[in-house]
Design a binder for this molecule. Structure first.
Ligand code: PMT
Length: 397
């Protein structure tokens, strides 16, 4: 990957692994990238400003108030960078960024940064396992940050366990990977659905499924990096730099998909839509009676994918390209072939949801892409991010 003249912003926080970032800066510079560095005041206890300045061949920023430029640093640095890397990221800085606290230059820039961000935490094993730290990590993940988890080994604090900064090569490769997205979807509108729909029974209970929304979110993030105008219609809370529409039920999802249909070049239905909803929603909480069983009457939900495929046919336009997903627990290929014909979509992405290592709620997936002319292409197991990227490249070719 050619990263020549790419703008890399590196944020260093206070941790012993700060010294390793010198090697990262060198690697970026050797490959022709332009590097700027921000340190938290504590980072300078572990590495000197002069070292970082020499390696990056740029001024190193620490303070928020700098009289040199009219534009505050936290805005101009955020505007300048193509990607921001925070490494090592301390529990303290991770917490602040997750909660939107901006009390130093690094956290202020992170707060004002809508572009791809890589976070490589490093800390004591018990700190890493702390539930507060983990929930902050999950917040950052849901916002689309790329988290490079710490690795196991001997820690500087004397402990043995997970906590040491991941390898410099991993951080470098991750940044190169992000920067390598070619803008193949520039000028295209991509609509993606994601997450399991929620069909309410009464004010307390609902019917749903195990879809976490990760596959749909990965597709939306990749499409955004590929230059598309993205709309993510989702049942989950996400905080991303493109348009999102939050929905609950299949009916609401159908309305939103219809409202985004016009002008869309691609519609990708990665959400797990409930096939049925309760016939009569109870306005009041259903009370526990004396009977041992209770019967809920269900009615069919609209089949969103089928409806939009019909709509496309009726319009006689050749757009949008419609992509369905197919979640199967048995006879994956047979069922997928049957489904692509029944639904009438251009592509169908089949995944096996009986496996715990892929499909629902995992960070990885393995899929087979079927197209309406009978072709198929298997994408071997890898991260949902990589699967998403390959799907988008495939359906756009
Ligand atoms: O969200 P994750 O935890 O990351 O998991 C990802 C995933 C497993 C949910 C995803 O990869 C996936 O397979 N999504 C489709 C799930 C599904 O509902 O499959 P299906 O085979 O039941 O439906 C086929 C297609 O029709 C899907 O595109 C679905 O969105 C659509 N559909 C289904 C029912 C319905 N009433 N309307 C629809 O539009």
């Amino acid at each position: 990957m050619n990263i020549e003249n790419k703008h890399i912003l590196i944020g260093i926080t206070g941790g012993i692994a700060a010294y390793k970032i010198c090697e990262l800066i060198r690697k970026f510079k050797k490959n022709g990238a332009d590097v700027q560095v921000i340190c938290t005041p504590n980072a300078l206890n572990f590495v000197t400003k002069l070292t970082l300045q020499n390696l990056s061949q740029n001024e190193v920023f620490v303070d928020e108030f700098h009289p040199k430029h009219w534009k505050p640093e936290h805005i101009s640095l955020a505007d300048w960078a193509d990607v921001m890397i925070i490494a090592p990221a301390s529990a303290n800085t991770i917490g602040k960024i997750a909660q939107g606290i901006a009390d130093n230059l690094l956290t202020s820039v992170a707060c004002a940064f809508p572009k791809p961000m890589i976070i490589a935490p490093a800390m004591n094993v018990n700190m890493w396992q702390n539930s507060g730290v983990q929930s902050n990590i999950n917040i950052l993940k849901s916002r689309g940050a790329e988290i490079l988890p710490p690795e196991s080994g001997f820690l500087a604090c004397g402990y043995l366990g997970r906590g040491r900064l991941c390898s410099i090569d991993k951080i470098f490769d991750c940044a190169c990977d992000i920067l390598s997205y070619s803008k193949i979807l520039s000028g295209k509108k991509v609509v993606i659905t994601s997450g399991g729909t929620i069909e309410k029974i009464d004010p307390v209970r609902y019917i749903s499924n195990f879809s976490s929304g990760k596959m749909g979110l990965a597709l939306a993030k990749c499409a955004n990096l590929m230059g598309a105008e993205v709309t993510l219609i989702t049942t989950k809370d996400v905080d991303v730099p493109f348009k999102t529409i939050k929905v609950q039920s299949a009916k609401q999802m159908l309305e939103s998909v219809n409202s985004e249909f016009e002008g869309a070049d691609f519609i990708i239905m990665a959400s797990a839509v409930a096939d049925y909803r309760v016939k009569n929603y109870s306005e009041q909480k259903i009370k526990k009676g004396n009977d041992e069983t209770i019967t809920l009457e269900l009615v069919k939900n609209p089949d969103i994918l089928k409806e939009i495929c019909n709509k496309k046919q009726e319009s006689l336009k050749n757009t949008p390209i419609i992509v369905g997903f197919c979640a199967e627990s048995e006879n994956l290929e047979e069922n997928a072939k049957d489904k692509i014909n029944k639904k009438g979509c251009d592509f169908l992405i089949a995944n096996d949801i009986s496996r715990s290592d892929i499909g629902f709620n995992s960070d990885e997936n393995e899929v087979i892409i079927f197209d309406k002319s009978g072709g198929k292409n298997k994408l071997e197991k890898s991260s949902k991010t990589l699967i998403a990227r390959k799907i988008l490249e495939y359906i756009n070719h």
